[in-house]
Design a protein around this ligand. Structure first.
Ligand code: MOS
Length: 753
């Protein structure tokens, strides 16, 4: 692909190429520390006792046996815990949905299975864990309701909308009438499974009580600013009393967007005991907060025989907790993806007795796009069209939901390049027509879409006289490559070698930045870093020009380039000066700058910004045994400029792997009788392993976008969207059987009908 960049003053050397992670060596040597690994001299260990019931109240807790274990410091329960803020709003973090956030050990009430009911604090972890097993809790049980299918009649339009989440647009045309009148109609219900994020690193918080009484908090969070705000609110602390760090995350996928109860409990215990405390959750406790909640969806499409859509209806009912109205964008995508004169999109919630669901990689889009893109495949068969042809027939360069053109949309290139790489033209559309030995072969495709967002962010940069640059801000690197791309952008802007740039992230001492989420970090922090470095470039240039006998005398800033650690006159390398010499000669110890980035209002008023993809999947299914394997995926991505071909590809690979998980493996199973996720371990909740992952081919199509100076649109989420539909469509092509309930497992494949 061609690469152009506007890192301003510099020449592009690193931006646009495939650079290995700058944090790779720290990660593989163990130097990179995670929230549950930081030490403190007097560290105590807290282990959480989880509720065995989903709903009801605690009649009594007997902690005597636990307290009697040598080494146990305290057992904290709702009966003896110190007071924290009594205002629900003080617990609302930066991405909280409307409602009253869960507070651990606040009362005797149980509102979800696995809810923390006690924290056992001991001198060491093993003692705490053993003692936790001795805590006896007596419950009064109320029958829980966790089955959304039984609760759709009680669904409601959330009265308070979640900030940043667009409610469905007003309907246009008359979708019901148009559907009834349509020549071709398809209408079906689609179901998925509840899914849990399962990052490799479980949630953990280490709260260090400093000698001066302030707190240093290491928290598993996708942005330290959120933890900082939450602690300030819940514990009534001033900003300067708390410093939050999280330099590395072992994956987040959204599970680390909101501060979770282990943080609250670690803080509570540290305050209570006046000593440092660490609380680490177990893998099974990772099922006791935040998940991708299923939505029950119906999609009805009406079309002319030619395939032109005349009616589009998409309804979704999604589960939320009893105490918060979690919301995500599920149905809007259908209105954004296709041109249609009669569209009605509906989204409602229903309350169940689980923890509040939360954002999980491409929240809402994974869910909604699965339904619409499966329905489009059904329409392709109903109209006898090729699935790509059908999508092109209903293509739009205009976001009908908000009546705005797209800033850029290279989806047609995705279709073309993806189809070619996959060999789509060799597909026999007839179901069950392709075979290899005892296996049926299926080829399916789907479109993916995600919103391209940018958030107000800042970044700092310091260039020292030795020619080294340090940049940073508060955002988190989830493992996505943020350290690396920010380093590349900074190095190119100032023309420095990569190893002269140090990037610091995840510390409230650094420049302001929001949580890393929504695929907005590259655009937001990237632009802020570029601006900070550009500011330094201008400062250095001014100093250089002011020097006696300056080689840059009478030259404008626009006429110089920063390259190889030098400021050079463009086209005349004989006129140049090293940055180190500029600082030395001007007796400058360091140059400092802060860059501010914010969404471009003019752009936002004129355009809507989305990333797109075309996913092609092959499955092979053992006809007798029903074993389904995904054997090949090609994903062509249009996401603006690609800063790092290697980390970008890895993002898409990861998204596809997770999409394969949605399609074929992942399912958190609720036992509705007791309201509990039963397969709360990696042995029974199947995430794809290497043996499940086929040959994956990622294509980045060229796309120029002007939403931000870097031209980037974000990559963390687009990779997963549509993957489940492509695989599900491939399963139909292989078998002739439409399975509308993910994951597609052996039992569903071999079931009659
Ligand atoms: Mo993402 S689900 O915004 O971490």
């Amino acid at each position: 692909m061609t690469v152009q960049i506007s890192t301003a003053a510099g020449r592009d050397r690193f931006v646009g190429s495939a650079i290995s992670r700058v944090d790779g060596p720290a990660k593989v040597t163990g130097l990179a520390k995670y929230a549950g690994e930081f030490a403190a001299p007097d560290l105590a260990y807290g282990v959480v006792v989880s509720s065995a019931i989903a709903k009801g109240r605690i009649k009594g807790i007997d902690a005597a046996a636990a307290e009697a274990v040598p080494g146990v410091i305290k057992v904290i329960t709702h009966e003896n815990r110190p007071a924290t803020s009594d205002k629900p709003e003080d617990y609302q973090d930066a991405v909280a949905p409307p409602g009253a956030p869960f507070q651990a050990l606040a009362s005797d009430r149980i509102v979800f299975s696995g809810q923390p009911v006690a924290l056992v604090v001991a001198e060491d972890f093993e003692t705490a864990r053993y003692a936790a097993s001795l805590v006896r809790v007596d419950y009064e049980v109320t029958a829980p309701q966790t089955d959304i299918a039984a609760r759709t009649d009680d669904s409601y339009d959330p009265p308070m909308k979640r900030e940043g989440i667009k409610p469905p647009p007003e309907p246009w045309g008359d979708a019901s009438k148009a559907f009834d009148a349509a020549e071709i109609r398809v209408s079906a219900q689609y179901r998925m499974a509840d899914e849990h994020h399962n990052p490799m690193e479980p949630h953990a918080s280490t709260v260090v009580v400093e000698k001066d009484g302030t707190y240093t908090v290491y928290d598993k969070i996708q942005g330290v600013t959120n933890t900082h705000q939450y602690i300030g609110g819940a514990f009534g602390l001033k900003p300067e009393q708390v410093r939050v760090l999280n330099p590395y995350l072992g994956g987040g996928f959204g599970s680390g967007l909101r501060p979770q109860y282990q943080l609250f409990l670690a803080m509570l215990a540290a305050r209570d005991l006046g000593r440092s405390v660490r609380v680490t959750l177990t893998r099974d406790q990772m099922w006791s907060f935040t998940y991708r909640s299923e939505a029950i969806q119906t999609v009805a499409l009406g079309a002319e025989r030619s395939g032109k859509l005349t009616a589009l209806k998409h309804d979704a009912v999604q589960g939320t907790s009893t105490y918060e109205d979690y919301q995500e964008v599920v149905v809007n995508w259908s209105g954004v993806l296709y041109e249609c004169d009669n569209v009605a999109l509906n989204y409602s919630l229903t309350k169940i007795d689980t923890p509040t669901p939360g954002d999980m990689r491409a929240p809402g889009a994974v869910t909604g796009v699965y339904a619409i893109e499966t329905a489009m495949d059904e329409l392709a068969y109903a109209t006898g069209q090729d699935p790509i042809e059908l999508r092109l027939k209903n293509y739009t360069d205009h976001d009908q939901t908000e009546d705005k053109p797209f800033g850029s949309k290279a989806l047609k290139d995705c279709f073309r390049q993806g189809a070619e790489r996959f060999g789509w033209s060799r597909r026999d559309p007839q179901p069950r027509s392709m075979r290899e030995g005892r296996e049926l072969v299926g080829w399916g495709m789907a479109t993916g879409i995600w919103e391209s967002m940018m958030m107000q962010s800042s970044a700092q940069a310091v260039l020292t006289a030795d020619g080294r640059l340090e940049i940073g801000n508060q955002t988190g690197d989830l493992g996505t490559g943020t350290y690396t791309i920010l380093t590349q952008i900074a190095a190119d802007t100032l023309g420095l070698p990569l190893d002269h740039v140090t990037t610091k992230l995840g510390d409230t001492k650094l420049a302001q930045a929001p949580v890393a989420g929504g695929s907005w970090t590259a655009a937001s922090s990237g632009t802020a870093v570029m601006k900070a470095c550009r500011d330094i470039a201008e400062q250095a240039f001014k100093l250089a020009r002011g020097l006696e006998n300056s080689p840059l005398a009478n030259v404008d800033f626009e006429r110089v380039v920063f390259s190889n650690g030098r400021i050079e006159v463009t086209g005349d390398p004989s006129k140049s000066i090293a940055l180190t010499d500029v600082l030395k000669a001007s007796r400058t110890e360091k140059l400092e700058a802060t860059g501010e980035a914010a969404p471009d209002k003019d752009f936002g008023e004129q355009y809507n910004a989305y990333t797109h993809s075309a996913i092609f999947a092959e499955v092979k299914i053992d006809e007798e045994l029903g074993v389904v394997r995904c054997t090949r995926v090609v994903s062509a991505i249009a996401a603006g400029k690609i800063i790092n071909l290697k980390t970008a590809r890895s993002q898409i690979l990861g998204g596809i792997v997770m999409g394969i998980g949605s399609a074929l493996h992942e399912e958190s199973m609720l036992d509705h009788r007791i309201g509990r996720f039963m397969n709360h371990n990696l042995g029974e909740y199947h995430v794809p392993v290497h043996a499940d992952i086929p040959d994956i081919d990622v294509i980045f199509v060229d796309e120029e976008d002007k939403a931000n100076p870097l031209g980037v649109k974000g990559l963390g989420e687009i990779g997963i969207v549509g993957v489940a539909a492509a695989i599900s469509n491939a399963v139909f092509h292989a078998t002739g059987k439409r399975i509308r309930h993910l994951p597609i497992t052996i039992d569903k494949i071999v079931a009659e009908g």
